[in-house]
Write a protein that binds this ligand. Structure first.
Ligand code: 15L
Length: 268
């Protein structure tokens, strides 16, 4: 069997909702998968290394990065979190990851951005790789910051990066918005695998979505990646109840970020 091209891939957020799928789905993508999280990822399987670390601690992130060629940066707090929680985890944490990666000679970073970096676009606008961020929340703002970090580290230091504007990555879509934004777990793994295997990546904005007929996003400009989603929200349309009338719709339903855009005001 051919040896993997990458010697060591680091996955941050390896215990998270998405990171745990990458741990299993990407086994064999490198000689070694180094898994890190602020929680204990449990014992290392063959081909794995496990390190507990807080990404807001720069010294710890430098140690994490030793011997790493490629990073999948998925470590972050989730969408409905206040600024004081987002700042250390997503802003300082991401800065530390990119800066330590530069110093360690990392070649490529796959960054888990989010649909919330673009949540203030209307649902009737079709976005592509050139659509600038329009964040909807403190979390969305942190993801837009991460995309800018990736841009700067590519422009100044040549570290290749894919920023994945991930939609709703769950077992299945459960509401009307997710018929547009759904990303199956298997397609998440396919997408990351495409970013790992692409001979040349450069700097790419990619929408993390399955093959959804109602999608808001066009991945046409990153066809070179060879990402071919194999799941589709279409098969779930009949199981999702649409609002009976327009009166049941909230103005936020017209935005790509949906009702998440109401945070933090709705939490006050
Ligand atoms: C995200 O970025 C969140 O991490 C996830 O929990 C979902 O809520 C998703 O967006 C979404 O917009 O559905």
């Amino acid at each position: 069997m051919a040896q993997p091209r990458w010697n060591r891939i680091l996955i941050t957020g390896a215990c998270g909702r998405l990171g745990s799928h990458l741990r299993t789905g990407l086994a064999g993508a490198a000689q070694v998968l180094r898994l890190t999280d602020i929680r204990d990822p449990g014992p290392a399987a063959p081909g794995e290394e496990v390190v507990v670390a807080d990404l807001s601690d720069l010294d710890a992130v430098h140690r994490l990065m030793e011997g790493v060629d490629l990073v999948l940066h998925f470590g972050a707090v989730m969408v409905r979190q206040p600024w004081d929680v987002v700042l250390p985890a997503n802003i300082i944490g991401s800065y530390n990851v990119f800066e330590a990666a530069r110093r360690a000679g990392v070649k490529r970073i796959v960054y888990a951005s989010s649909s919330h970096a673009i949540g203030m676009y209307r649902c009737d606008e079709v976005l592509d790789a050139d659509s600038p961020p329009r964040p909807d929340t403190p979390y969305g703002l942190s993801k837009a910051f991460g995309e800018s970090l990736a841009r700067m580290y590519f422009d100044k230091y040549g570290i290749e990066a894919a920023c994945l504007r991930i939609g709703s990555c769950f077992e299945k879509p459960t509401d009307e918005r997710m018929l547009a934004t759904w990303l199956s777990h298997a397609d998440l793994v396919r997408l990351c695998r495409a970013c790992i295997d692409a001979p040349v990546l450069g700097y790419a904005i990619v929408y993390g979505q399955s093959d959804n007929p109602r999608s808001f996003w066009d991945n046409g400009r990153v066809r070179f990646l060879g990402y071919h989603p194999q799941d589709s929200a279409a098969q779930f349309v009949d199981s999702i109840q649409a609002p009976a009338s327009d009166a049941e719709r909230h103005p936020a339903d017209a935005l790509q970020g949906g009702r998440f855009v109401l945070y933090p005001e709705d939490a006050a």
